[in-house]
Design a binder for this molecule. Structure first.
Ligand SMILES: Cc1cc2nc3c(=O)[nH]c(=O)nc-3n(C[C@H](O)[C@H](O)[C@H](O)COP(=O)(O)OP(=O)(O)OC[C@H]3O[C@@H](n4cnc5c(N)ncnc54)[C@H](O)[C@@H]3O)c2cc1C
Length: 375
């Protein structure tokens, strides 16, 4: 039977970043059920390089987002990956929201985002003459990135370092052996194969809880059950795109950052994502939600008409918290404590997972370096 040192499950941006980071001198295989990388959440998101403002202090989300933000800009500059340090405004519409904005400003600073600025209504008008709001936080280190190019870059780096890319292979079983794991896969022709790996890294996105379950972890006891929170986008007709210059976010709610106004790298404007829990994965966009998008955006963007909006795309967030439950942090854990040495779970890698991806990869490498001493 074929044996490798490390098997990574899932070729989204996180699995690819890990493959590019940890492959030096090790036999690594990256297993992906689709025929190419990034077919799920990594190509269904806002493509924003977040600054790290919103997350709980010292959480993995805060630390890895801030580190990932720094690393992503470096990677983009060194490897010609399209990006723009466009900056973001988080706006308040009334006195109540201004109070929340001040708390958010303090939280961001406390997390180590030191370039934030509070703007008055007049200062805001100078930056964005066409929007209406009473105050804003200005975040200059928020940007946008071409995620496909980033994933392609990680894939090329992984290939150069000798990582075997097993596309079209779905992991269907994981069995603990005296040393390492036997991983069973089914390829697109339905053929079953299996191999041994000393270390298994579960970066299976929306299916990460199922993969943990395959390895024998009770996902409910461990608190690993994923809940799907869908986010839809509506595009805005091109004539209106020139009315804004930066990303515009409302004051956030407990379950989402709110429907924001995005510009992509070609200057096209879109609105989204909304957030609602679903039972099934379905990427359709409800035309009927146009009214809610319009109502929420119109209060900030007075130039908008409902007919300017048309359905765009949707993504699904793998959330550890069910509806109305408190926000949870990323789980990145080596499972020796559950009798699975060398099995590393990455669960609940929702936003800011894209931003954090290069920092997550370094963190996972550190975990692997520690465990390789005894596996
Ligand atoms: C609406 C929305 C907006 C977002 N906006 C942002 C943003 O602006 N900025 C930001 O930083 N983050 C954002 N995110 C979060 C970000 O997109 C994710 O954190 C990131 O893409 C997660 O990457 P991943 O590799 O963990 O997961 P995925 O991209 O889902 O990859 C997991 C891979 O595992 C594979 N897989 C699963 N099961 C198996 C199996 N059994 N065998 C083989 N392969 C398997 C899947 O096919 C998939 O390719 C957003 C997310 C959503 C949903």
């Amino acid at each position: 039977m074929e044996t490798v040192d490390i098997a990574i499950i899932g070729a989204g941006v996180v699995g690819l970043a890990i493959a590019a980071e940890i492959s030096d001198g090790r036999d690594v295989v990256l297993i992906e059920r689709h025929n190419s990388f990034g077919q799920e959440t990594s190509s269904r998101n806002s493509e924003v390089i977040h600054a790290g403002i919103y997350y709980e202090k010292d959480s993995l989300k805060a630390q890895l987002c801030i580190e990932g933000n720094r690393l992503l800009y470096q990677i983009c500059e060194t490897h010609q990956i399209p990006y723009q340090r466009i900056g973001k405004l988080i706006v308040a519409l009334n006195e109540g929201e201004i109070n929340l904005l001040e708390l958010l400003f303090a939280k961001g600073r406390d997390n180590g985002v030191h370039d934030l600025k509070l703007l008055s209504e007049i200062e805001l008008k100078k930056m964005e003459p066409n929007i209406q709001a009473k105050a804003a936080i200005w975040s200059p280190s928020t940007g946008i990135i071409d995620t496909h190019s980033l994933m392609k870059h990680f894939e090329s780096q992984a290939k150069e370092k000798g990582v075997l890319l097993a596309y079209g292979c779905e992991v269907t079983s994981i069995e603990k052996k005296t040393s390492g794991y036997e991983v069973g896969v089914v390829d697109t022709d339905g053929e079953k194969l299996s191999f041994r790996s000393q270390v298994v890294i579960n970066s299976a996105g929306l299916s990460a809880d199922k993969i943990a379950g395959l390895a024998g972890i009770n996902v409910d006891t461990a608190g690993y059950r994923l809940h799907y929170a869908k986010g839809e986008y509506f595009k805005v007709c091109s004539e209106k795109s020139r009315f804004i210059r930066h990303l515009i976010y409302p004051t956030p709610t407990p379950i989402s950052l709110g429907i924001h106004t995005l510009l992509d790298l070609s200057g096209r404007m879109k609105l989204g994502p909304n957030a609602f829990y679903v039972d099934e994965i379905d990427y359709g966009v409800e035309e009927a939600h146009r009214k809610d998008f319009f109502a929420s955006a119109k209060s900030i963007l007075p130039f908008l008409e409902e007919d300017d909006l048309s359905p765009d795309m949707a993504g699904i967030r793998p959330k550890l918290q069910a509806k109305e439950e408190p926000v949870r942090d990323f789980v990145i854990k080596e499972e020796s404590g559950s009798g699975l040495p060398g099995f590393i779970n990455l669960i609940g890698i929702e936003s800011p997972g894209l931003t954090a991806s290069p920092a997550i990869a370094k963190y996972v490498k550190m975990v692997v370096d520690e465990i390789s001493v005894y596996v």
